[in-house]
Design a binder for this molecule. Structure first.
Ligand code: ZN
Length: 352
């Protein structure tokens, strides 16, 4: 509740100052929308040491002035549910009903999507969520990250980054909340993550705090004083309507917190807070036969599955090093050295 009053007071106090600007359009890349309008365009990443790319962007400029919310998806272009959820929101958001401005970027990593390459941008083989705040003279991923930082992160008030299980990840839905130590900002981002409604929330501490090396999109926003969260749903190339609905409805609920949309937020009441992540990595190539599914709870020492060589000889039986929930497990038989077999989340004894 405290959050809602805080934001309302901020909107009221800035309303008169904004009156002149309200009459003007809001532009991101080539998308420009006057109050009450929705416009689409592109963020043009110019050619440099490698090819140019055009990242689609939509601006929904609400009829009433208010905060600027940025929603970005598809840094990993085969995490399809997150991309489809933003497509649904582009269609659903009516500028007549929106307060403030919503910037939507449904697909950052177009080459990953088109070529069906998981995890990285195939143009430079870099993850498009590891090189923020980016560089104007770097490779395509770095130039795109730089443009997103300047055009969107630096101009928004709140940010949500959307992910999910990639082509090779069987993932149960969860969110990340990354406290910064700045009490007021952390309370707002906590209200955002609760309002979003995903019932498992990872507390992500110990992230880079140097603004020149923030790595992740949401961390780039957080370090710059913008409350931000990460949400994940979907798995292994599937687009289940239940997963899409989690992200669409969660976004609409979160938008009601900063009053970007009418109605009340419906925060999750009793989430499982995760205080520690443990990755189980493959120590060599082989064929993966899982014994656990996404969302299972495992005890320390439990066998997670079997790895054989290419003629059926068992070469490893990875076990859970901790008692935890399986946040995601490798979804396909292929394994090479260093691959993530499973990502285990250790529940916190109590919430923050
Ligand atoms: Zn991702």
């Amino acid at each position: 509740m405290r959050f809602r009053f805080l934001i309302l007071a901020t909107i009221l106090s800035t309303a008169c100052l904004c009156a002149e600007a309200d009459a003007q359009s809001f532009r991101v890349g080539t998308a420009s929308a006057a109050p009450g309008e929705k416009s689409s365009g592109t963020l043009e990443v110019r050619a440099g040491v490698d090819a140019a790319t055009s990242i689609p962007v939509v601006v929904v400029n609400g009829a009433k002035p208010g905060k600027i919310l940025a929603l970005l998806s598809g840094a990993h272009g085969t995490e399809y549910v997150s991309i489809i959820a933003i497509e649904k929101l582009i269609a659903a958001l009516d500028p007549a009903e929106v307060t403030g401005i919503v910037i939507l970027v449904p697909l950052i990593n177009i080459q990953s999507f088109e070529q069906k390459v998981p995890h990285v941008n195939p143009v430079d083989n870099k993850s498009m969520n590891r090189f923020y705040p980016g560089k104007p003279d770097g490779t395509q991923t770095e130039r795109a990250s730089y443009l997103i930082t300047k055009e969107i992160v630096d101009r928004c008030d709140y940010l949500i980054d959307y992910h999910g299980g990639d082509l090779d990840e069987s993932l149960r839905p969860y969110a990340y909340w990354g406290p910064t130590g700045r009490e007021e900002q952390d309370q707002i981002s906590k209200q955002m993550v609760l309002a979003f409604g995903l019932d498992h929330i990872i507390i992500w501490r110990e992230r880079p705090s140097d603004p020149a090396a923030t790595r992740y999109l949401d961390n780039t926003a957080s370090v710059r004083g913008r409350p931000s969260i990460v949400v994940e749903a979907g798995h292994a190339g599937t687009v289940d309507s239940d997963d899409v609905a989690l992200l669409v409805n969660g976004t609409l609920s979160t938008m009601r917190g900063p009053q970007n949309a009418p109605g009340d937020a419906h925060p999750v009441e009793n989430p499982v807070w995760i205080e520690k992540l443990v990755d189980v990595l493959a120590d060599g190539p082989g064929i993966w036969y899982p014994l656990v599914k996404r969302g299972n709870y495992v005890s320390a020492g439990m066998k997670l599955g079997t790895i054989t060589d290419y003629v059926g000889k068992v070469i490893a039986e990875p076990r859970a090093p901790v008692s935890a929930v399986v946040l995601h497990v490798n979804a396909v038989p292929s394994l090479k050295k260093g691959d993530n077999i499973a990502d285990l989340g250790v529940p916190a004894a109590k919430g923050p």
